[in-house]
Design a binder for this molecule. Structure first.
Ligand code: B3K
Ligand code: ZN
Length: 885
């Protein structure tokens, strides 16, 4: 990720880079420098002789001069950690090549050639998990964004599209299953216990979508008949013992295939769709053409080992990767600055799918919570960048909540403005017009503009301006007219001091105080810095409900009293707006409390208003439990609270938030006890009712434990012992982990013993302790770092311990600064092993400017310590230098 910098800021950053003890600052790549590649590579043949420690790759490239680009007598073939063993042009060994940094520059005499390059790689030494690597005895690949260059010398950029023919051979016992993109065309046995397979992918693709898997795997096999009647074979490959936990992933895949046909008119285009689950993986999953590779976390589930939210995560990620087949693979990105073209759009598609599969309002609230928790802090910090960035040093740093989640919100706004039907006309035009191309965000916008009949000229600013717009709202009432005064401000971000007003689509409604009803929802688009709108026919001042459904990814500052928020919390018919009113009520109170601006009486009054609103949620029988559970998640995260303050004191935020939770637990103890009892009586099942019951059951426990720890502990221990599913068991253990006592110890030991050997559940065991409310988390995490099951080599394990810790504000922000030191130690230790994962920790320390001075200095000192380390990776270097710059 990177910010859109003015030239002067770029220079400033370079000076900083020069000051650091780096031999050479990694280059800045700029969007404006894009040039088409001088060569086309219509066909590629790859021949792999597989081995865990030594894999030989023969890459044969048919190349021809690209008539749409400037001619060049040299072809640049990217490489990373590769040595060429032989280089041939048109069958002849040549020496007309040089290596520049890691890349090969090869001279070519005429317009059309065959290039053959042989390399040898060591997959078991590949701890970066980019390129071809060994995981748990099998071989697999990850090529996005720039991993293919670790396998073969190649123009490793997304606008070079080729068809691939791949032959792979290897030991039949070690690698009984041999998979690649496309269709299996031939296979057979070779000499000395080897066997081979030949795969062909008819769809031209960029190198980042290449994939290969070889290992001891078994498949859950099923099939899907597409809308045109073609039968597609579906396989989910896993380790043998994991087969019984693949059912939910398979169902999710079939639902996704059907939904994409119905909602976006997209049909699958090969006869085979393979998914492979691997346990060492840098992210969630990867959409390689016809051969998706998944983190086991997003494939394996059953009721004993996975929570309801794990099940939802699997459904969403399976859908996301499948949807990429069109939004990403059939139409890919011209360059990596266009990443949101495929990611923002595909996130929107997976969000809409999950809304349709479950509860639409609940999913919307969850998505907004993620946006606020992860993306708003990006937008307001040193790493802020537009959804289509202008420059970067390391593309891996760009897989951000801004590109993904804000990118999805921006396209969702287009959909809101166009309406569903017209939006679909726009996406149809996009898919038709750009099929088979490497496209740009501008291509997408133009297709929506033409297909949906929208004017998006000013809207394009959402692609180029970083920062979360703030809209201030005031409602004035005179005579029978209500006038809404709106003003917008897009805050300055690094490199973008001045912003222009953007079109902001706001859904709103005006409520009659007496009837509790409104006269219809309206959509208004504010596109000026200041605007006023009048509504007549209101004898009394109405209550304003605004940004309903979170129609725009902004912050709203509304000039309303506590009574109006309580009114909306009780009456708003838009579930999101209802949730929002409760949130505003709580955020407003906590901000005042943290500022020390409340007398005891005022504090009591506010707490009792919040308790009343919460009681209304508990008693409202129009709500189902899934929605009730969302509303009970009343307390905004400490991170989000910090985000609403210019400079935050994490200690005070934690204290006040905990105190409010305890007060609510005490005020409504009998109500929560009754809720827990009612929900506990619902037997296990996968219906919305049963899932809702599990959700509110643990919510009730959380409040009970805060208000009356002894009683809460006893109930949690009983829930733990009686649990017949992971949702209940994990919920109870989460509560116990935050408390002291023998129950905590016993439950943690029991959980570990019960699931020892199941890596995904042991990850939960680490994560629960690292994210707990217990005052001694820091000591627990330090000790867990020495646990025999802990390893820096497995990203899931690293995330479950240290990422959970870094995102646990009360632990991370320990006043001594030890939390910051621990995270900096992790970054330094992990950087040489897996830089992509190491760099992901930096943004937490990068928040230093928004934290109170004592802690801020300690955070900055740790960033400086990292910056001084010799030989930082490009990933970590970029994030640290920008966080300090
Ligand atoms: N496209 C991949 C992400 C690749 C990340 C590379 N650092 C997964 C996804 O968004 O679907
Ligand atoms: Zn994606």
């Amino acid at each position: 990720m990177d910010i859109a910098r003015t030239p002067s800021t770029i220079d400033g950053n370079d000076q900083l880079a020069d000051a650091a003890p780096q031999p050479k600052a990694p280059a800045i790549i700029r969007r404006e420098d894009y040039k088409p590649f001088p060569w086309k590579v219509p066909q590629v043949a790859l021949d792999f002789t597989l081995g865990l420690d030594k894999t030989r790759v023969v890459a044969t490239l048919q190349v021809e001069a690209n008539p749409e680009a400037e001619r060049s007598p040299i072809i640049l073939l990217n490489g990373d950690d590769l040595e060429p063993l032989s280089v041939k042009v048109d069958g002849e060994e040549v020496t007309s090549w040089t290596l520049e940094d890691e890349d090969m520059l090869l001279s070519l005499q005429s317009d059309r050639h065959e290039i053959e390059i042989v390399t040898e790689i060591d997959p078991s030494a590949n701890t970066k998990l980019m390129g071809l690597y060994a995981s748990d005895g099998m071989l697999c690949t990850q090529c996005e964004a720039e991993g293919f260059r670790r396998i073969a010398f190649f123009p490793d950029r997304p606008d070079v599209l080729s068809t691939y023919r791949v032959r792979m051979s290897g030991d039949a016992e070690a690698f009984p299953v041999l998979l690649c993109n496309g269709n299996l065309e031939a296979s057979g046995t070779g000499e000395d216990g080897t066997h081979w397979a030949e795969w062909h992918d008819p769809w031209p693709k960029p190198s980042y979508l290449f994939a290969l898997v070889a290992g001891q795997l078994v498949a859950n096999t099923d099939s899907f008949t597409t809308m045109s009647g073609r039968e597609v074979t579906l396989n989910i490959y896993v380790r043998e013992g994991d087969l019984p936990r693949t059912g939910h992933a398979m169902e999710s895949l079939k639902k996704s295939m059907k939904w994409d046909e119905e909602v976006f008119g997209r049909e699958y285009d090969l006869d085979l769709f393979n998914i492979v689950a691997v346990s060492d993986f840098n992210m969630g999953a990867m959409e390689n053409k016809g051969l998706n590779i998944f983190n086991t976390k997003y494939v394996l589930a059953d009721e004993d080992t996975a929570t309801d939210s794990d099940f939802d995560g699997i459904e969403g990620v399976i859908a996301h990767e499948y949807f990429h087949n069109w939004s990403g693979n059939r139409i890919t990105c011209r360059d990596w600055f266009q990443l949101s073209l495929k990611e923002g759009f595909t996130v929107l598609r997976d969000q809409l799918f999950s809304q349709d599969m479950g509860s639409e309002p609940v999913k919307r609230i969850e998505d907004v919570r993620v946006l606020r928790g992860a993306q708003f802090p990006e937008d307001s910090g040193p790493l802020a960048h537009p959804i289509r960035p202008d420059s970067y040093r390391e593309i891996s740093n760009f897989y951000t909540a801004t590109v993904y989640n804000k990118g999805a919100e921006v396209i969702r706004m287009m959909r809101t403005m166009a309406g569903e039907e017209r939006f679909r006309k726009g996406t149809d035009l996009y898919f038709d017009r750009h099929d088979g191309e490497a496209a740009t965000c501008e291509d997408f916008i133009r297709a929506i503009e033409e297909g949906a009949g929208l004017d998006l000229s000013q809207f394009r600013l959402w692609y180029s301006q970083a920062g979360t717009p703030k809209v201030s709202v005031r409602l004035e009432h005179t005579g029978d007219t209500a006038t809404l005064h709106l003003s917008q401000d897009v805050p300055a971000t690094p490199g973008q001091p001045d912003k222009q007003p953007m079109p902001i689509p706001l859904k709103l409604a005006l409520f009659d105080r007496k009837t509790g009803k409104h006269h219809g929802e309206q959509l208004v688009t504010v596109n000026k810095a200041q605007d006023s709108l009048s509504f007549s026919g209101f004898a009394e001042k109405p209550v304003l409900s605004i940004n309903r459904g979170f129609s725009a990814p902004i912050t709203v500052e509304r000039d309303v009293g506590q009574d109006e928020l309580v009114f909306l919390a009780a009456h708003d018919d838009d579930p999101f707006a209802r949730y929002e009113a409760l949130q505003d009520l709580v955020v407003g109170h906590l901000k005042q409390a943290v500022d020390g601006a409340l007398t005891d009486d005022q504090r009591d009054a506010a707490r009792s208003a919040i308790a009343q609103a919460l009681k209304a949620v508990l008693e409202d029988d129009r709500l189902d439990d899934l929605m009730r559970g969302e509303l009970l998640l009343l307390l905004p995260s400490e991170t989000y609270l910090a985000e609403t303050m210019l400079v935050a004191d994490p200690g005070r935020i934690h204290q006040e938030r905990q105190a409010l939770r305890a007060a609510l637990g005490q005020a409504l103890e009998s109500e929560f006890a009754a809720l827990h009892e009612r929900a506990s009586a619902v037997p296990f099942g996968l219906s919305a009712e049963a899932r809702g019951a599990r959700k509110v059951k643990t919510q009730a426990l959380v409040y009970m434990a805060a208000g009356n720890p002894q009683r809460g502990k006893a109930m949690a221990w009983a829930q733990y012992q009686g649990a017949d599913n992971m949702t209940d068991r994990q919920g109870a253990l989460m509560v116990l982990t935050g408390l002291d006592g023998i129950e905590r110890t016993d439950a943690l030991i029991d959980f570990y013993n019960r699931y020892q050997g199941n890596a995904l559940v042991v990850d939960k065991w680490f994560a629960l302790q690292a994210s707990s409310m217990h005052p001694h988390v820091l000591d627990h995490v330090k000790a867990l770092g020495n646990h025999p099951d802990f390893t820096m080599k497995n990203p899931n394990r690293v995330r479950s311990l240290y990422m959970a810790f870094a995102y646990n504000p009360h632990a991370f922000h320990a006043p001594s600064g030890e939390g910051y030191k621990l995270v900096a130690d992790v970054i330094l230790a992990l950087d040489p092993i897996n830089p992509q994962t190491a760099a992901r920790f930096v943004p937490q320390l990068g928040r230093w400017r928004r934290i109170e001075p004592g802690r801020s200095a300690l955070m900055k000192a740790q960033l400086e310590r990292i910056a001084e380390a010799p030989e930082l990776s490009r990933d970590t270097y970029e994030q640290v230098s920008r966080s300090l710059g």
